[in-house]
Design a protein around this ligand. Sequence first.
Ligand SMILES: O=C(O)c1cc(=O)[nH]c(=O)n1[C@@H]1O[C@H](COP(=O)(O)O)[C@@H](O)[C@H]1O
Length: 234
Amino acid sequence: MGAARHGARRLIAAIDTPSLDEARRLAGAVGPHCGLVKLGLEAFCANGPALLDAAAGHDVFLDLKLHDIPNTVAGAVRALLPLRPAMLTVHAAGGSAMIAAAREAAEAAGAARPVLLAVTVLTSLSAGALAETGVAGGPRQQVLRLAKLALAAGADGLVCSANEISVLRDAFGADPVLVVPGIRPAGADHGDQARVATPEAAIAAGASYIVVGRPITTAANPAAAAASIAASIG
Ligand SMILES: O=C(O)c1cc(=O)[nH]c(=O)n1[C@@H]1O[C@H](COP(=O)(O)O)[C@@H](O)[C@H]1O
């Protein structure tokens, strides 16, 4: 139990659903077994700020992956601060000025400032899919390039796949928060994820947090699935 509780702090449960009731049901079920509940684009587009009520009582990672001109992203961050998210995401590919503007806007929350995470290369992109976008050199090189830029511009941490954790820890040490989605327990369906790892492998490689969605939310018993993953990384 103690080990499971320790693992729970590092588990972020991703709730992707358009239904407010379903989001509330899932947050209630998995909340006790994870450190943060992640609410993302699908649920926020469907419900707007009212969505946050579904996760009342839990620390919320509001994952909207903002990516626009600096002025617009800064305004969006300001608009989100009253929702008191514990973590927020922007796309590192938006560039230094955009990330710096997001950080400056977030500072208005003072001590309650959300942790600002820069998404590097989406875990759904394989090396081939990344090359199609015009990026040469493969995911590891691109993640490292974007990570340098994002941390220098004021991001507190990075979203990356488990494949890039060691190169990031070598380059930046223990400080940056590394949030790692694309997590699949052994034998689980990968779905649209391309760069995947098991919960245990991601934590062993140095992830600060792992993000797990469908392996929990589509399980017959989401609370048990979350508890089992938390125990596996305890
Ligand atoms: O920023 C994220 O959380 C994120 C970045 C990324 O590169 N890949 C990624 O899958 N995510 C999110 O992590 C969650 C993964 O969900 P599952 O694939 O269902 O476990 C989803 O909510 C994604 O939006």
